[in-house]
Design a protein. Structure first.
Length: 181
């Protein structure tokens, strides 16, 4: 049996470890709010709003390509590399009431391909999620916002036409609506 001091120490270590892990992976405190879902050119896109344990909000887009298709890194140029590929992106409109508070992050790291050009970074087969930390506007209403997604799906046989800065209209809760819950 653990004595009281040892038990307190073990509980403290578990709390610190769990908090550190949650911060690394910005796990939502609540179920993410689905904002939009559509499929185009062999890619299903799910846009969500979530909140981590520190209270930071994230707008994210999960890009789920059809079997055998891959997507390209968020870090390649908008026009591709030597005209090949298009980046996978999630951006806010210039007039957005959301405020980005950090960089766009990816759930998996892109890889250098086995073919030329080597700068055409490719995500492994399967889904990739891009997340952006945001501040919600003050108020107690739902707001209509535009977010934009860009992506291009390819497989061994070829590529689907790129989807470039597709506007997706979403309804975002202002901060007052979230804090009431």
């Amino acid at each position: 049996m653990l004595n009281r001091k040892k038990y307190s120490f073990v509980v403290l270590i578990c709390f610190i470890f769990c908090t550190a892990c949650a911060n690394l992976f910005h796990q939502p405190v609540q179920t993410p709010l689905d904002l939009a879902n559509f499929t185009e050119n062999s890619v299903n896109v799910i846009i969500q709003l979530s909140r981590d344990l520190n209270g930071q909000f994230y707008i994210s887009a999960e890009f789920i390509p059809a079997d055998g298709f891959h997507l390209y890194s968020k870090d390649i140029p908008l026009s591709g590399v030597d005209g090949l590929g298009r980046p996978t992106l999630l951006t806010l409109s210039e007039t957005s009431q959301l405020t980005s508070t950090g960089e766009l992050t990816e759930s998996i790291q892109a890889q250098i391909p086995d073919f030329e050009p080597k700068g055409l970074l490719v995500y492994p087969l399967g889904a990739v999620t891009l997340s952006m930390p945001v501040n919600l506007p003050v108020g107690d209403t739902w707001l209509q916002e535009s977010v934009f997604v860009t992506f291009m799906a390819c497989n061994d046989s070829g590529c689907k036409p790129p989807v470039m800065q597709k506007e997706v209209i979403v309804q975002i809760p202002s901060l007052g609506l979230i804090e009431e819950n």
